[in-house]
Design a protein around this ligand. Sequence first.
Ligand SMILES: Nc1ncnc2c1ncn2[C@@H]1O[C@H](COP(=O)(O)OP(=O)(O)OP(=O)(O)O)[C@@H](O)[C@H]1O
Ligand SMILES: [Mg+2]
Length: 239
Amino acid sequence: MAFLDVTNCTKNFGGLLAVNDVTFSVKEGELLGLIGPNGAGKTTMFNMISGVYKPTTGQIVYRGRFHIHALNTHRICHIGIARTYQVVKPFLNMTILKNVLVGAYFGKRGVLKRDATKIAQEVLEFTGLWERREEIAGSLNVPSRKRLEIARALATQPDLLLLDEVMAGLNPAETQKTMGLVKQIQERGVTIIMIEHVMQAVMGLSERIIVLNYGEIIAEGTPEEVANNPEVIKAYLGD
Ligand SMILES: Nc1ncnc2c1ncn2[C@@H]1O[C@H](COP(=O)(O)OP(=O)(O)OP(=O)(O)O)[C@@H](O)[C@H]1O
Ligand SMILES: [Mg+2]
């Protein structure tokens, strides 16, 4: 029994097999990279772990006792699983602070207003957004929206954080900054699964990487093992 156990998970959309009989586990405190070409099923996997979709078959068990596939999204958040969205979803008309307060209120523990404010401040300082807390989310550029997405997820006080392409669209300096942030989140004891196309980031941060292709796991190993795996190279570059 691991921190997270995904067993024989399959997700069908009509005739399309987005995730096909996937089995893997995640250790507590680990930073696991999840990579694969476009359409490989990575986000679908996150959608199942966070309860957005139920697996067609298979099961997902968290901490050995929570059967994720039987829980609603808000319950899954309460037991300590948070995610970011590949296509970021801020509350556009609300300030940065209020966006993060929403995370704090709906997060892991039933928090009081005073506590939520404290959590939000701490998270905003940690993510470098405190000075900008009164800016409206709709006015932010992509890198800032990505950061807000991380901040709101952190405000729920997760033990398992699912990051879906938080580096996409960032310049090299911003990528470095976000890599530092992800590392610090892990150092705080949060277990992380990171979907990422930015190879420098996923290779630099992950302890272990799982590669999906057409919904199936085609490789698993250290960044070096995966980068040198002929099947992985073929999946990315073709024959
Ligand atoms: N709600 C849905 N309805 C129908 N098909 C879907 C749905 N969500 C995903 N798919 C399909 O499932 C497959 C896997 O999609 P998914 O978004 O999981 O890929 P991904 O690995 O995250 O790709 P990317 O790197 O482009 O984000 C794709 O063919 C996609 O079109
Ligand atoms: Mg995706």
